[in-house]
Design a binder for this molecule. Structure first.
Ligand SMILES: [Zn+2]
Length: 337
């Protein structure tokens, strides 16, 4: 069963205008604050099933990318907070936490994937648990900084998570995170083919306006809000990859199957009946760039082009059109909200 949820979590207004369709999933856009969200929202059971079967984090690529940006994130954080205690929501294998610990912080992570958590606990010897943020708030433990890299868009209730984040922070504590930018140039040009339109993993897609509203509503003062390339593969790479995929599909199209269409349809119906709502095929995770030689070459070439057009990209990011949003916010006291 799927729960219908048509009230915007940021402004509470109803919305049912379909904005994006992908793999039989629909996203609606709130016409008041611009929040884009999956509607109806999948049930917790369907999500668990999806994360256990179809969703994967590429270990090597993740390690490489997080280690590269950890230094930069820590530098950004140090502008607003002294070295103290840090909690990472959705810390995955724990590479960012390890780097943070090496820099003198006391760290703690929350991770729901058993495989990633085991690695963080046993290989990296980190304090990582599977409890929810709400459960952690009950322990009365407090942190100076909470981080969440590409996590907010996956949460069933980001509003509740912000309430709990505020609770777990020390006075004037810092909450910093990254999330895809639905108002980015990449989304405007690629539409539902954009790499980060990935239902049902991404339940909420924020823009600068909706994320600012959500933070302010929950007692946070924004210290830094910018758009950047972040974890994106880049516009040119995604365009060429899509084009190559189309060529491949045309070249390998099984023309003979056209005449067997009725039989295929029959099989599909039987399959749907057999597996119920979960038979809906989830969006397959895009194959990562390091997986094949062809993709590596393509990635290298588009990186060269990206470097050459860096001044142009900088203008795009300055105009808040970059694919990723980076936020640094500070908890403010209730009476000053
Ligand atoms: Zn709204």
């Amino acid at each position: 069963m799927e729960e219908d949820k048509n009230l915007c979590i940021v402004c509470g207004q109803p919305s049912n205008e379909i904005y994006i369709c992908r793999d039989r999933y629909n996203y609606v856009r709130c016409r008041y604050c611009g929040l884009v969200y999956l509607s109806p929202q999948p049930s917790q059971k369907a999500l668990r099933n999806f994360y256990n079967t179809a969703y994967q984090v590429d270990f090597l690529r993740y390690k490489k990318s997080i280690l590269k940006k950890a230094e930069r994130f820590l530098k950004e954080i140090s502008k607003f907070a002294r070295t103290g205690s840090l909690l990472e929501l959705g810390c995955s294998y724990g590479f960012f936490l390890k780097k943070t610990e090496e820099n003198g912080w006391t760290v703690k992570g929350l991770e729901w994937s058993g495989e990633a958590r085991d690695y963080a606990v046993h290989k990296l010897r980190l304090d990582v648990s599977a409890e929810s943020l709400l459960e952690l708030t009950l322990t009365q433990r407090k942190f100076d900084v909470v981080t969440a890299w590409h996590v907010l868009e996956h949460l069933a209730d980001p509003q509740e998570e912000l309430v709990n984040t505020r609770k777990i922070l020390n006075p004037k504590g810092i909450f910093t995170f990254t999330t895809p930018n639905i108002d980015s140039l990449q989304f405007r040009l690629l539409g539902n083919k954009w790499e980060w339109i990935s239902p049902p993993a991404h339940l909420y897609m924020f823009g600068l306006s909706s994320i600012s509203h959500l933070l302010e509503k929950n007692g946070f003062e924004i210290l830094k809000l910018e758009t950047r390339r972040g974890d994106s593969k880049g516009l040119i790479f995604q365009y060429i990859q899509w084009l190559l995929k189309m060529i491949y599909l045309i070249l390998t199209f099984p023309f003979g199957e056209i005449f067997k269409k009725s039989r295929l349809e029959e099989c599909k119906i039987l399959n749907d009946e057999k597996h119920g709502a979960n038979a809906r095929k989830p969006s397959q995770p895009v194959k990562y760039v390091y997986q094949t030689v062809g993709e590596r070459v393509l990635y290298f070439l588009t990186e060269v082009i990206s470097t050459l057009i860096y001044p142009l990209r900088k203008i795009i990011y300055k105009n808040n059109l970059g694919p990723e949003i980076l936020v640094i916010a500070r908890k403010v006291e209730k009476n000053s909200i």
